[in-house]
Design a protein around this ligand. Structure first.
Ligand SMILES: Cc1ncc(C[n+]2csc(CCOP(=O)(O)OP(=O)(O)O)c2C)c(N)n1
Ligand SMILES: [Mg+2]
Length: 313
């Protein structure tokens, strides 16, 4: 799954550079262990809620790769019928009810989904994915408080990549202490290496088990780094003098390379990796072909889903 997210996003980046994709794309290259590790601990009927950087959340939760590529191309076969682009991904059957690029907007939605599960008496779990920048918003704190107060089955996953657009964590907060918000609001908080897919998966399993069994919400602060710029395929090396050094350091901790080393040490052959990579590249190439060949939305549908008409149109 990590490789699928990586290859998909590298392709999107290349197509943005080629000016074939023209919707803004926020790439999560370098952060793949988080969606892959968290979603591996979920069931299909659990929900995930994401934001502007959610290609990985969508794929890891089971969203269709062709439908996402077509959406990014703005085609009628896209998961949001070509109306949303990269930042509005939706696949209700897979528990993805819409990613929303308003920072922190989907954190309370995850809490709402968890409240709904509790009221309906199901054991479904809701997961909110959000960045460190979202923890600067009031919604984050209100959501943690309510989830703890009502003991809701929700897992808050902060993908702390230390940047909110071009502002570092240090420029935005006195302390590097996001996880402490959990204790403040009365829920369990865990800090972990977000580039280690095994740690992420194990923490997710425990948080999901707690949520499902009625033991309440958890905040997971997953520390990671995005290799590309805030938006688009470039590396954003001009944003600050620290960026080059940080990038070098974090690229040495590539989540995919680390996982590959772990598996090799346990006897998985390099041929298997090569086959896997070839299959994924073919899958992504197919998605590009599908998106290119798909029709655009019909002009006559431009105002559909925008206004509610009394005549029911
Ligand atoms: C409410 C709101 N404020 C500001 C923005 C502009 N904005 C878009 S992404 C972003 C940075 C978010 O940073 P973070 O939550 O850390 O996510 P990351 O981009 O690092 O994945 C900002 C400020 C927005 N989309 N919504
Ligand atoms: Mg961030």
């Amino acid at each position: 799954m990590m490789l699928r997210i990586r290859v998909f996003e590298e392709m999107v980046g290349a197509l943005v550079t080629a000016n074939e994709i023209r919707t803004p794309c926020h790439l999560s290259i370098g952060q793949e262990a988080i969606p892959a590790g968290i979603c591996a601990a979920l069931r299909q009927d659990d929900s995930v809620w994401g934001g502007h950087r959610s290609h990985g959340h969508y794929l890891a939760k089971g969203g269709d790769l062709n439908a996402m590529m077509a959406e990014i191309f703005g085609k009628a076969t896209g998961c949001a019928q070509g109306r949303g682009g990269s930042m509005h991904l939706v696949a209700p059957a897979q528990g993805i009810f819409g990613t929303v690029p308003l920072v922190a907007a989907t954190i309370p939605m995850a809490v709402g989904a968890a409240l709904s599960a509790k009221l309906r008496g199901t054991d479904q779990v809701a997961v909110a994915f959000f960045g460190d920048g979202a923890t600067d918003e009031g919604h984050f704190h209100e959501s943690l408080n309510l989830a703890a107060l009502y003991n809701l089955p929700v897992v808050f996953v902060c993908e702390n990549n230390f940047y909110s657009t071009h502002l570092t964590l240090k420029e935005r907060r006195v302390k590097d202490n996001i996880v402490e918000s959990a204790a403040l609001h009365g829920l369990k908080g865990v800090v972990l290496d977000g580039n280690d897919v095994t740690s992420v998966y194990q923490a997710a399993q425990e948080a999901v088990r707690r949520a499902r069994s009625g033991a309440g919400p958890t905040l997971l602060e997953c520390r990671t780094y995005r290799w590309r710029g805030h938006v688009g395929p470039a590396a954003d090396l001009e944003v600050g003098e620290e960026r080059r050094r940080e990038l070098d350091e974090w690229q040495r901790r590539d989540p995919i390379a680390q996982c590959r080393e772990l598996l090799s040490a346990r006897g998985v052959s390099s041929d298997l990796f090569d086959c896997l990579e070839a299959d994924i590249r073919a899958e992504v190439d197919d998605a590009v072909r599908f998106a290119r060949q798909s029709p655009g939305p019909d002009e006559s549908e431009l105002l559909h889903h925008v206004y509610v008409s009394r005549r029911g149109v």
